[in-house]
Ligand binder design. Sequence first.
Ligand code: FAD
Length: 340
Amino acid sequence: MNIVIAGGGMVGMTLAHLLRRRGVEPVVIERMKAGDYVPRGYMLGYQGFDPLQEVGVLDEVRRGGWDIAPREDGSTVAVAVEVGILLHALARDLPVEYEHSLTDLIRAEDGRIVGVRIEGAAGSRELEADIVVACDGVASRVREMAGLEARIEPLADATLTWMSSTPGEVSFAMAYLSDGGHIGTLGWPQGSAGWRTIEKVGEDAALAPGVEAMKEMWTRLLPESAKGVSGVTSLEQVRYGEPRLMSAPVWWKPGVVLIGDSAHFFGPETGVSSGLGLGDAQALAEAIAQNPGDPDAACQSYETWRAPIIRPYEAMDPGRQRMQTGGTTPSPADRWPPAS
Ligand SMILES: Cc1cc2nc3c(=O)[nH]c(=O)nc-3n(C[C@H](O)[C@H](O)[C@H](O)COP(=O)(O)OP(=O)(O)OC[C@H]3O[C@@H](n4cnc5c(N)ncnc54)[C@H](O)[C@@H]3O)c2cc1C
């Protein structure tokens, strides 16, 4: 089968490796330059371990990061790691058409998607495809061009996050706030990050109290974050955001299938988005291998296997139904920005 993978992020690259191991040589199209990425801390959940083990990069990623809640038998629930360590490991020895964007889908007379148009510095060209796999992220153009629906749901809360180049004291800590929101920190060998839910007050109001007030609040509410947040010296390291959930009721139509963030995006409290996306890649690679020469059967089989894994996570996302620990309004000590 001709497989075109739209997007060479962690899910697209993982799928490419897993297909190659099954004797299928896909074309990976990535709009960014080789090696480019936005540095950040990242928690790889256990849901992504099997696919990365099969690719052969899991041990390297674990060595490069810090285990989260390791068990006595040497296994771990998750790994906190600088995301570039995973991306560079996946990019090694993998042919990717960097600096090319997928700009259009090509359809046959019966409406089936049978190829793509890509554009790079040398101009544009067409590639035939039995399956175009959308690995182009939450704002997927492939999903949109294919006419597959995306349901976007705003979360009730906004988030305040920080990142620092001071390694944290712990790989992970999280606590619930008086209104059922949460505050957490992630630490890895080169840095640390923190996040918490706040009311949707807008960026100006969220940042107005300043860096020192924010550090005091974080240290008081989550003492495990004290070392990491001490490395925050400027509001440039702090972000206000209003995250949204995304789900796609249908994942495929003849000639195109959605996986990873193009198919689902979860709330920041879950930490499952990428692990589930990596699992999608493994399931799709196996579905393609088990249905040689029949792309629609492969996609159908993929959806049949994968829906019982993904749909419950979507239904139970704590972004939708928050755990109520006391009330719906934060206590004065938890409130951010603090009441003046
Ligand atoms: C700030 C932040 C923190 C996060 N933290 C975590 C975490 O701790 N744990 C976790 O599990 N998940 C986390 N996530 C989510 C995680 O990053 C994603 O689930 C994961 O990156 C999904 O991978 P993907 O390959 O599906 O999509 P992406 O990583 O978005 O990759 C898509 C790729 O497609 C390329 N592309 C897009 N359009 C085109 C086009 N038209 N042509 C060619 N290429 C294209 C892009 O350049 C990109 O490389 C976080 C996300 C953010 C934004």
